[in-house]
Design a binder for this molecule. Sequence first.
Ligand SMILES: NC(=O)c1ccc[n+]([C@@H]2O[C@H](COP(=O)([O-])OP(=O)(O)OC[C@H]3O[C@@H](n4cnc5c(N)ncnc54)[C@H](OP(=O)(O)O)[C@@H]3O)[C@@H](O)[C@H]2O)c1
Length: 332
Amino acid sequence: MKNIRVAILGATGLVGQKILEVLVDRATPITDLVPLATDGQGRQITFGGRTIPVEPVEGMDWNRVDIAFFAASNDASARYAPLATKAGVTVVDKSSFFRMDPEVPLVVPEVNPSSIGDSLLIASPNCSTIQMVVALNPIRLRYGLRKVLVSTYQAVSGTGREAMATLRRESEEYLAGSQPEPSTYPSLIGFNVLPFCDRFGEMDYTGEEWKLTRETQKIFSQAIPVSATAVRVPVFVGHAEAVYVETEQPFEVSDIRALLSNAPSVKVVDDPAQGVVPTPLASADQDLVLVGRIRQDPFEPRGLHLFVVADNLRKGAATNAVQIIESLNSRF
Ligand SMILES: NC(=O)c1ccc[n+]([C@@H]2O[C@H](COP(=O)([O-])OP(=O)(O)OC[C@H]3O[C@@H](n4cnc5c(N)ncnc54)[C@H](OP(=O)(O)O)[C@@H]3O)[C@@H](O)[C@H]2O)c1
């Protein structure tokens, strides 16, 4: 990759800030960086020791950049992605707006990088989908997947920066002996567990749950039955998932462990005798998907249980987006 010019829409948000961090960590060769948000408001971001003013996205001349990361909102993606691609910009979109569009590739580089082809617009999946497919893909390729059941334990940072402040405020007020008022979520999240991460929809499953189903099927190009229960927990960063899979072919647990140990972007964290398990705190600020609690179902010989944890802002968002660009090395 030669020197590239990059815009980040949503540069002041949680994911936008993480993209800046990941670009520095991975030494992406950037000559120009244009941070965009709703408006500038005199705000600045820092990038690799430089301070750069935030610009309003409205009126952006997209010819100024080669690549744009979109980490704002569905509305913003719907409005500005067509303008950017029309100017020849490669757009990696973190919103859900284009994910299920059959014309738009939905990409996890460890799984389906070739689906990008020559598309200028590339969607990055939901955070909870990314970590699950990274963990399941090696098992799928070796043994086949018959069905997947997943229950998530999702951090509040998945809802954006305002939700982080809400969890902090509610927790402080609760510990101080007062009764906080819910704000970001319909019920309190401090010291609570909410068995929904999104609006309820078809068949009383939430949007987040359908994302796990439909995005997984699109990424795997396979209509694997995936049923999900997505739960919000009072954790700042790091989504956890209890995943049950039934395979097409019989397996040995020791083989699954070896397979996962050699899989890209996976780290096996699994030593029951020593109490070693993957946790959200251990997943934070790094890019690997941690997998533990690997065990066979006691009743179904082809049933396998896993606990899968990743930093939702890094591998679940920023890192996946930057890896997509890295996989297009020959384009730039
Ligand atoms: N958080 C996660 O774990 C996660 C994971 C995967 C995907 N995503 C997706 O990534 C996107 C960003 O999420 P986030 O958690 O970073 O949210 P966030 O912390 O609330 O930040 C949102 C950012 O987008 C900007 N923005 C919002 N609406 C805009 C508009 N109409 N025009 C221009 N800029 C606009 C905001 O700018 P202002 O400061 O000017 O308002 C801010 O910079 C969302 O689509 C989200 O669904 C998030």
